[in-house]
Design a protein. Structure first.
Length: 423
């Protein structure tokens, strides 16, 4: 018996609009170590620790959010096979008038009911940060599971390896504290043989150390910031030693010296005095090390926009090249989202009575801005792709041409009585 189907029958009932049970995709790779099978797969750093970094480190958070927004772009929209013209009655409440809809209209309605447009950004951000995003299937729709509540993945059954079917153990503060296979949808990315069935996110690499003697990327950054802050305070207000070799009553003068304000003051004595300061100096090599560690941290975030903002020698050509490479990364994340969402939609369409194989409802991300020149527009008019009036509208809006009226009508030569045009 299909375990996922039995779970579906228990969880998803009427109304039809909420009867979604997406099929979690079967994963490739059945060679699993026995200890891995029995104990499950845990992230080497807890998701709770990773979430803390996302919340507390403004640079990490901004980099991840920016990348998530690049992935989602201007939003998502649906498309379908136009030749699939089947229309079916839309589920209605008692007393409502019957309305028929297409497969695309059904999916658009389901997306609106489940706030998929909003959830898509959540998926993108969590995939970048943690390597996975999880949603629980409930009678009222999809519920996003907090990443910091996930402890580990454990085998669902003895018959199949953990890489194909798995349950999720949650923290004791979350009820229920275990999600069974078929009760959740999991998007994941950067899956490796060592992380499977979990993905791999950016933050894990920042907080995991190679060994006990090697600090993490985040440790280096935070300790450096603390040291520089302390050094700046010492540089601004250094320790000073006041020496009065001929003074008998040193205690009274020492008391007054301690009461001097940190911004500096004057002390008058009638004996020989000497003042020695521990003013810190910038040793040779520290500037290079600071820059190198900063560069390493920014490179670990994998976002070329950060480098283009901070690096003065970063040319426009360098920026364009980095963005082109970054776009391939964005496309990979989009595929991870698109694959799972379209599998969910296929299940929704079956529940509504449509044939998902024929409907071919697809997830598309917002179109990218395409650069063009006026010559491209003229060529489009000459080829009959757009009209002259449409071209004039584009030139007014995009090229800021001050055009009035409509396109002039070309003069057609008047025919002679014999049918030969006049020269």
């Amino acid at each position: 018996m299909d375990i996922r189907k039995s779970i579906a029958e228990k969880i998803w009932k009427e109304p039809k609009v909420e009867s979604l049970v997406p099929e979690t995709p079967t994963k490739i790779g059945k060679a699993v170590i026995s200890t891995y099978e029995s104990t499950g797969s845990s992230p080497t750093s807890t998701f709770a620790d990773q979430v803390k970094v996302f919340k507390k480190d403004s640079l990490v958070r901004e980099s991840i959010i920016h990348e998530g927004m690049e992935i989602v772009g201007s939003g998502i929209f649906t498309s379908m096979n136009e030749k699939y013209t089947l229309v079916l009655p839309k589920p209605k409440k008692e007393g409502e008038q019957e309305i028929k809809w297409t497969a695309k209209e059904a999916i658009d309605f389901w997306n609106e009911q489940n706030s998929i447009d909003e959830k898509s950004l959540t998926w993108a951000i969590e995939l970048v940060a943690y390597g996975l995003s999880v949603m629980k299937i409930t009678p009222s729709g999809l519920q996003v599971i907090p990443i910091n509540a996930i402890i580990k993945a454990v085998p669902h059954s003895k018959d199949k390896p953990i890489t194909e079917e798995w349950d999720l153990e949650l923290s004791s503060t979350y009820k229920p504290n275990k999600l069974l296979w078929g009760e959740f949808i999991m998007l994941r990315t950067c899956v490796t043989s060592s992380s499977n069935p979990l993905g791999t996110g950016l933050i894990a690499g920042l907080i995991e150390a190679y060994d006990e003697d090697t600090p993490t990327q985040l440790d280096v950054r935070n300790s450096k910031r603390a040291a520089l802050n302390a050094g700046f305070a010492k540089f601004a207000n250094p320790t000073e030693i006041f020496s009065f070799p001929d003074l008998d009553d040193i205690d009274e003068v020492s008391k007054k010296v301690k009461e001097l304000p940190p911004t500096g003051s004057r002390l008058t004595v009638n004996t020989a005095a000497k003042i020695e300061s521990s003013q810190s100096r910038r040793d040779t090599g520290w500037d290079t090390w600071i820059k190198q560690s900063d560069d390493e941290f920014i490179q670990s975030l994998g976002n070329p926009i950060l480098k283009s903002i901070t690096e003065s020698g970063f040319t426009e050509a360098s920026i364009r090249g980095s963005i082109e490479l970054f776009h391939k990364k964005v496309l990979a994340f989009r595929r991870a989202i698109k694959r799972i969402v379209e599998q969910m939609w296929a299940k929704v369409l079956r529940e509504y009575g449509f044939d998902p194989e024929q409907a071919q409802v697809k997830l598309n991300f917002g179109a990218e801005e395409i650069s063009w020149i006026v010559a491209d527009l003229i060529s489009a008019v000459e080829k009959g792709i757009i009209s002259k009036d449409e071209a004039r509208t584009v030139l007014q809006k995009k090229a800021r041409w001050e055009l009035t009226g409509s396109a002039p009508t070309p003069k057609v030569p008047e025919p002679t009585p014999q049918g030969v045009p006049k020269q």
